[in-house]
Design a protein around this ligand. Structure first.
Ligand SMILES: NC(=O)c1ccc[n+]([C@@H]2O[C@H](COP(=O)([O-])OP(=O)(O)OC[C@H]3O[C@@H](n4cnc5c(N)ncnc54)[C@H](O)[C@@H]3O)[C@@H](O)[C@H]2O)c1
Ligand SMILES: O=P(O)(O)OC[C@@H](O)[C@@H](O)[C@H](O)[C@H](O)CO
Length: 442
């Protein structure tokens, strides 16, 4: 079937293949969309396999229905075009001149939507927002400023207000060209969205077929215009159009991602390799449950019964043994994730021992004192934290580590966080991980 290329997808990663591409394929199959996808890679690393995305790939989803595990496979054939910005910028410029293009979907990790000074005439500019600005300039030029050529942005990055953040970075790049800035501000629409589906990786290493959970949710802060443009809900797909997605985002990031980050810090020291192993482990599982119930949920807005239901459902998703979600993968850049996902809980709660225990386990793990646990963080930060380690003076060491991490803490906050965290470091070193977690979580 010939499909007009209506979607430009920035990034070819596992998540976009298992989530956005899957949604578009299902929307096409159900007849509510007729959207072909052009994928554009924007990072410089060569990835020869990515070009094969146009040959199609499988999305294998594992779920539990009526207490029974099931697996469903969808063949995604909606991706029709591919270009790599750092290998062939001309091909990217050609993609953006396509009159059928309507939507831009992106996932460039938490690091992708940033403003950095950039040369818009470079081939290509360095950052994602600068590349996008250069592409929009080409589109506006090609269509002679036609308002109808404006694009609709649905970013999937997990940062707060992702649509607005992308819009302001792009407009900042465009500010030297008022006509361009005006065209973007007037005729391109940027929606905040929050995505949710656990996609642990590929079916086989190095392949494109991707494996994840059946559960999915895409909340889009938008009006009827975007609903008409992207009516996936009419195909029964888990897409919601909401006036305000902020409370939803706070709940998802604090509960699901916060529990992931804490588990990835604590559970490897208890001998667990994956999230489902951790949930089946009596001590690690109890830790995750109490972390959510005692510390995370009380800090969130909303009805306690709804929050409790979401937490239980999240823990059930974690327990799905088919997912094999490696804690070592979740541990990537763990200190930055603890800062965005767990620190707000400690801040709101005033004291949150299970939350600060995760920070203690994370930093102590970086020194090697907890044995062979995954360490996948900024090497410079890890080296400095390790070099300053003094088991006899945990409070001074944690204070130094917090300075190294450069977090936005007031002096009294840093003092308090160091005191709370250092107490756990002492327990971890004195009792060992298993007894230390048991003492906390029962
Ligand atoms: N896998 C999941 O379960 C899941 C679920 C929801 C959200 N996410 C989010 O998706 C992101 C990627 O996850 P993934 O599993 O697809 O990983 P992945 O490694 O398969 O893909 C990462 C993608 O991001 C791009 N990228 C990385 N740094 C970039 C930068 N600075 N600028 C532009 N592009 C950049 C890469 O080129 C690649 O396309 C993560 O940030 C994660 O929080 C993942
Ligand atoms: O992808 P990261 O590394 O930002 O975080 C790891 C997981 O918490 C995350 O990927 C979740 O699986 C996902 O956010 C579920 O929707």
């Amino acid at each position: 079937m010939s499909l007009p290329t209506k979607v430009l997808q920035i990034g070819a990663g596992n998540f976009l293949r298992g989530f956005a591409d899957w949604m578009i394929q299902r929307g096409n199959d159900a007849g509510v969309l007729d959207h072909g996808v052009a994928v554009m890679r924007v990072t410089p690393r060569h990835d020869l396999r990515a070009a094969r995305i146009v040959d199609g790939f499988d999305v294998v989803l594992d779920g539990i229905r009526d207490g029974q595990p099931f697996t469903e496979t969808t063949r995604v054939t909606a991706v029709r075009e591919y270009a790599s910005a750092h290998d062939d910028w001309d091909a990217c410029l050609a993609l953006i001149r396509n009159p059928d293009l309507r939507l831009v979907v992106s996932n460039t990790t938490d690091a992708g939507i940033v403003y950095v000074d950039d040369d818009l005439t470079a081939r290509p500019p360095a950052s994602f927002p600068a590349k996008m600005t250069a592409l929009l300039r080409e589109r506006r030029r090609h269509f002679d400023g036609d308002p109808a050529a404006g694009l609709v942005f649905l970013p999937c990055e997990l940062i707060e207000d992702n649509g607005q953040a992308l819009r302001s970075a792009i407009l900042r790049h465009a500010r030297a060209e008022p006509d361009l800035a005006e065209w973007i501000a007037g005729h391109c629409r940027f929606y905040d969205t929050i995505v949710d589906r656990i996609v642990p990786g590929t079916v086989v290493p190095g392949g494109l077929d991707v494996r994840g959970e059946y559960y999915a949710s895409w909340a889009i802060a938008g009006d009827d215009a975007i609903r008409d443009e992207f009516p996936l809900d009419r195909a029964g797909l888990p897409v919601e159009f909401l006036r305000d997605i902020r409370p939803y985002r706070q709940k998802k990031v604090s509960v699901l991602n916060g529990a992931h980050t804490a588990l990835a810090a604590v559970a490897p020291a208890l001998g667990c390799r994956s999230v489902s192993e951790a949930m089946a482990h009596p001590v690690a599982g109890a830790y995750a449950r109490r972390l959510l119930t005692d510390e995370v949920l009380p800090t969130l807005p909303g009805r306690p019964q709804d929050l409790q239901r979401y937490a239980v459902a999240t823990l059930d998703r974690f327990a799905n043994p088919a997912l094999d979600h490696r804690l070592a993968d979740i541990a990537l850049n763990a200190t930055a994730k603890w800062h965005t996902r767990n620190l707000p809980v400690w801040r709101a709660a005033g004291t949150a021992p299970l939350t600060t225990f995760a920070l203690a386990a994370l930093l102590t793990g970086y020194t090697g004192a907890l044995g062979d646990v995954p360490v996948r963080d900024d090497p410079d930060v890890v080296t400095r934290i390790r070099a300053a380690f003094d088991p006899a003076e945990p409070r001074q060491w944690i204070t130094a580590a917090l300075h190294t991490l450069g977090w936005d803490l007031s002096d009294p906050e840093r003092d308090r966080l160091a005191t709370h965290t250092a107490e756990h470091v002492r327990t971890l070193l004195d009792l060992g991980p298993e007894k230390a977690v048991t003492a906390l979580a029962g």
